[in-house]
Design a protein around this ligand. Structure first.
Ligand SMILES: Nc1ncnc2c1ncn2[C@@H]1O[C@H](COP(=O)(O)OP(=O)(O)O)[C@@H](O)[C@H]1O
Ligand SMILES: [Mg+2]
Length: 348
């Protein structure tokens, strides 16, 4: 009966539900490669110990765990898993595969679906292998996502901070390419901060080769945003964080961000430019809802009111500044160098 309530994408693209043990978990596989890691995690969740599963860290603020699953049967191979407890509000959305604030936005079903979509529409996706869930009264109460292992990758912020000049340019070019792909695919990630973009670790002699980034943590993705507004939000959030989350913004950095926006979307309207300027300047983290920035077309957004709201929020909370990844003018110069290099490459 519950099977009929599951979303079409789940029934079409995944096989399942599979149940293997008395752990109370059921599994949906995106392909045969998901079977082994799903069985390992199922076993771990059943017995609470398994030499094949290593807990990486637990987030204190939310009931959420990350694991590395090891293939003990053959050559060194790992998988990555993320497990989350769902609030009662999120459960209907997780069951129906709907991502909406009324039935739950950021559950495992949404994240798995968005990550699959990202892989289908861009080259930025992580290969998703299996989705597990523990049901209570027929509704998912916990979910687990299993994907390929990217332990050798590092976050974009860390890669930028720790790389020499030539690789920084390659990283910035890769970021431009990632933003362009999201724009072309009509995907707004909604939380594209420098920790949700992964970059491959540098190998000797590889400094100026084109790099490919991966986008993770896709729970809140929206497909309904105007693509130019989505790009402004992506760029604004990324640069705000790389700039150390400070309210002040160097004018050359704002200018470089504007150039980057234009390189991707062509001719943004004044509302989109203003949107970029707001997201660059102010923290748009909770309790602010970034969804309010895509609820209407950019021209119809009450941007004056939104700016007032953002200012008031900042005034009410302690400063959240961190060490910037690079000084504003240096980051601006890096963006301009990557743009100049891209201009020298003929368009495909
Ligand atoms: N496929 C993966 N392989 C290895 N580590 C990963 C993978 N995906 C994410 N991680 C690590 O786990 C961290 C958290 O993942 P993320 O999906 O961003 O969860 P959260 O919602 O907790 O931010 C990442 O910053 C990264 O260090
Ligand atoms: Mg994250």
């Amino acid at each position: 009966m519950t099977g009929l309530l599951r979303p079409v994408w789940m029934r079409r693209q995944l096989s399942g539900p599979w149940r293997w043990s008395g752990a109370g978990w059921q599994w949906w596989l995106a392909g045969p490669d998901g079977r082994q890691p799903a069985r390992c995690l199922d076993d771990y969740l059943h017995h609470d110990d398994s030499s094949a599963v290593v807990q990486l860290r637990a987030k204190q603020s939310r009931p959420r765990w990350c694991y590395r699953i090891d293939d003990l049967s053959g050559p060194e191979q790992h998988w990555f898993a993320k497990r989350m407890v769902l609030s009662r509000r999120q459960r209907p959305g997780a069951l129906l595969g709907l991502s909406h604030r009324w039935v739950g936005l950021a559950h495992g079903s949404a994240e798995f679906h968005h990550a699959l979509m990202l892989s289908q529409r861009t080259s930025l996706g992580v290969t998703m292998l299996a989705l597990g869930e523990r049901l209570e009264s027929g509704m998912p109460a916990e979910q687990a996502l299993i994907s390929e292992w990217l332990g050798e990758w590092t976050t974009f912020g860390h890669a930028l901070a720790s790389s020499p000049g030539a690789r920084r340019v390659a990283l910035m070019s890769a970021l431009m390419e990632a933003l362009r792909q999201l724009y072309n695919a009509g995907i707004c990630h909604m939380d594209l901060h420098p920790g949700n973009l992964l970059a491959p670790r540098a190998r000797p002699g590889e400094n100026d080769r084109p790099l490919q980034l991966k986008v993770i943590d896709c729970a809140r993705v929206s497909l309904k945003a105007a693509p130019d507004a989505a790009t402004a939000i992506h760029l604004g959030v990324l640069i705000h964080e790389l700039n150390g989350k400070r309210d002040g913004l160097d004018p050359v950095l704002e200018q470089a961000a504007g150039h980057l926006l234009r390189a991707i979307v062509g001719h943004p309207g004044p509302a989109v430019e203003r949107l970029l300027s707001l997201v660059l300047r102010y923290s748009t983290k909770k309790p602010f809802s970034r969804h309010s920035l895509i609820a209407r077309s950019p021209e119809r957004l009450p941007l004056d009111r939104i700016e007032r709201e953002l200012r008031e929020m900042i005034a009410r909370r302690p400063p959240q500044t961190i060490e910037p990844v690079m000084a504003g003018p240096e980051l601006a110069a890096l963006i301009e160098t990557a743009l100049d290099q891209a201009a020298d490459i003929p368009m495909r």
